[in-house]
Design a protein around this ligand. Structure first.
Ligand SMILES: [Zn+2]
Ligand SMILES: [Zn+2]
Length: 192
């Protein structure tokens, strides 16, 4: 995760200033924030403007501020088997160290490997986005045992009759059947 300058006016940006620099200070925070834009993958995404419930813990450690907790929201997409619209809960556990810029961790780690505290601010949005997106199923389903689509006609197998099939009758029998109104079995035995 690369560190960019957090926007102090964004509701996603948490100011750690009043926590001080001494290790061992802890704060918990429960809040619901609105996504500024969609978070997701091509088949599933939390739409822009959706609520994300955050249950967070901020803890000062020697090298910076540790953020841990959970993020929960809802995502919209398409069932990978039956293509019906889905709206499913998504979430992730969060755990990230935001290093003080002058800490040993910051000095000994590649710049893009760990996020830094910038002006004592933490932008939670990239953290929540990265963790939630990585947990999203690449083939989301409307339900775990979704039967999918009929391979012949493309109808959803959830909505067709239980005996739905495309057994193709021999056209000659079909013609005889139409003519005499007999069953194909009867005609078959007559032919032999
Ligand atoms: Zn489905
Ligand atoms: Zn079919």
């Amino acid at each position: 995760m690369t560190t960019t300058q957090p926007d102090p006016t964004s509701p996603w940006v948490y100011n750690t200033r009043d926590m001080g620099r001494r290790a061992g200070t802890m704060k918990t925070l429960k809040m619901s924030l609105v996504t500024p834009d969609s978070m997701g993958i091509p088949v599933l995404a939390i739409p822009a403007g959706e609520q994300v419930a955050l249950n967070l813990r901020f803890e000062t450690v020697l090298e910076g501020v540790m953020v841990s907790g959970t993020a929960i929201s809802r995502a919209k997409g398409e069932c990978a088997r039956c293509l019906t619209d889905i709206d499913i809960p998504v979430g992730a556990d969060l755990r990230e160290l935001y290093a003080y810029p002058n800490s040993l961790t910051a000095q000994t780690t590649e710049e893009d490997e760990i996020p830094l505290l910038v002006d004592e601010l933490i932008d939670l949005e990239p953290l929540v986005r990265d963790e939630i997106v990585v947990q999203m199923p690449l083939a989301p389903l409307c339900r775990p045992d979704c039967p999918g689509l009929c391979s012949v006609c493309g109808e959803r197998l959830d909505v067709v009759e239980p005996d739905h099939n495309h057994e193709i009758l021999d056209p000659r029998w079909a013609a005889l059947q139409a003519q005499f109104g007999a069953s194909s079995e009867a005609i078959h035995s007559e032919e032999n």
